[in-house]
Design a protein around this ligand. Structure first.
Ligand SMILES: Cc1ncc(COP(=O)(O)O)c(C=O)c1O
Length: 401
């Protein structure tokens, strides 16, 4: 069936959708692998994966089949009962992460809210109500609900939504600042192993290990936000595994469902009683459909060795982007990242938004991170040829600047 004309859809979108986003004037209709097509039949190379979500690309047969089969069997139940798919998923996540308890929700923001509530309630139940403060980092991003936003360390997201309290922000990478902020009122430290929205900034050497030691020494919890970095994107299931750090609790979301909304908080056994029945919950968390999607993602991570691939192709992309930095030193400052989460930092004078728009007009989709960063977060099934196609288009755009 033909789609309605683009102009009609755009007029309807502009009239009926809440205008809190800044979409370009095109309407996507379908996808396959790392390709998307709009309603006019224009083809795009998807190197952003719906912001690091579409782990398997679009219309992956294993994910499609799992969803159809699950929809025909049991779609929703609520947490009044266990469901078989959700129980098995929790077991797999524990094995993959080395942690031992899973709370399911539906987004990254909710997974971080759970971390914040977990930390406070843990100390509340231990009779240490004064331990309620969270240390988080400048330039971090943890989500948009009031709790997660309070932890987010970027003024542009926070402005106008105050008052916010209970979180102290210190510079990312600065262990001395963390140590100075760690007092008897601190419940936990919340950190992204690679600051994603902040510009794809990996934690500097020794930082995460230092946070582990400091939090342990001060009796506070180490809470890790792996919403963007988790589920194999950096080449390991959790990014913290590159550093050999075991947090007290971790937030996952984005790539876990490959496009179906699911989030998870994973905790160590010592926190299993911090949120007893009645203290926290959500209607949709861990539902059979989302859990079936996550199984399909995890099955494919294994069957197609996608974590090794993220590592290998991440290196390939790193080399290609490094060549751009060498070739266009006036436009590109540096490149950094881990696995298939990488950024090309454009010079301050370059209009990064205009570069992204030109790329889109050339049929390549990327996002911005940290203002001047062109972020690559492709599906983990991306090929070297597809990455090369994206880099070639970017080369043309930089040539024309
Ligand atoms: C590190 C991190 N935490 C939390 C979030 C919020 O996740 P969601 O948009 O699924 O609520 C994001 C989203 O970009 C993120 O990158």
């Amino acid at each position: 069936m033909p789609y309605p004309p683009e102009a009609t859809l755009l007029a309807s979108a502009q009239r009926h959708l809440y205008p809190n986003y800044r979409q370009p004037e095109l309407v996507m209709a379908r996808g396959e692998g790392c390709q998307l097509w709009d309603t006019e039949g224009r083809r795009y190379l998807d190197l952003f994966a719906g912001i690091a979500v579409s782990t398997l690309g679009h219309a992956h047969p294993r994910l499609t089949r799992a969803l159809c089969e699950q929809a025909g069997q049991l779609l929703h139940l609520s947490n009044y009962f266990y469901n078989e798919v959700g129980v098995r998923l929790a077991e797999r996540l524990c094995t993959l992460s080395g942690l031992s308890r899973v709370f399911f929700c539906s987004s990254g923001t909710e997974a971080n809210e759970a971390l914040l509530k977990l930390a406070r309630h843990h100390f509340y139940l231990a009779g240490q109500q004064q331990r309620s403060t969270i240390i988080a980092f400048h330039n971090s991003f943890h989500g948009r609900t009031l709790g997660a936003l309070t932890a987010t360390g970027q003024p542009k997201y926070r402005e106008g939504f105050g008052p916010m309290s209970g979180v102290v922000h210190v510079p990312f990478g600065d262990l001395a600042a963390v140590e100075a902020a760690l007092g008897p009122e601190v419940a936990g430290v919340l950190v992204e192993p690679v600051q994603g929205e902040g510009g794809v900034l990996p934690a500097p050497p020794g930082f995460l290990e230092g946070l582990r030691e400091l939090t342990r020494a001060h009796g506070a919890l180490l809470l890790v936000d792996e919403v963007q970095t988790g589920v194999g994107r950096t080449g390991k299931f959790l990014a913290v595994q590159h550093w050999g750090v075991v947090p007290d609790a971790v937030a996952l979301a984005k790539g876990l469902g490959g496009g179906v909304p699911i989030g998870a908080m994973l905790t160590g056994e010592h926190l299993a009683e911090a949120l007893p029945p009645g203290s926290h919950g959500t209607t949709f968390g861990g539902g059979p459909l989302a859990a079936a999607a996550a199984h399909a993602v995890l099955d494919t991570l294994e069957a197609e060795a996608l974590m090794d691939r993220a590592d290998r192709l991440g290196q390939h992309l790193h080399e290609a982007l490094s060549r751009l930095v060498e070739r266009f030193p006036q436009h590109a400052v540096t490149t950094r990242g881990m696995g298939l989460l990488r950024v090309l930092m454009l010079a301050p004078e370059v209009d990064a938004r205009a570069v992204m728009s030109s790329l889109r007009e050339a049929g390549v989709l990327l996002t911005l991170a940290g203002g001047q960063g062109l972020r690559f977060s492709p599906p983990l099934v991306v090929s070297a040829a597809e990455l090369d196609e994206g880099v070639a288009a970017l080369t043309h755009v930089l040539q024309r600047l």
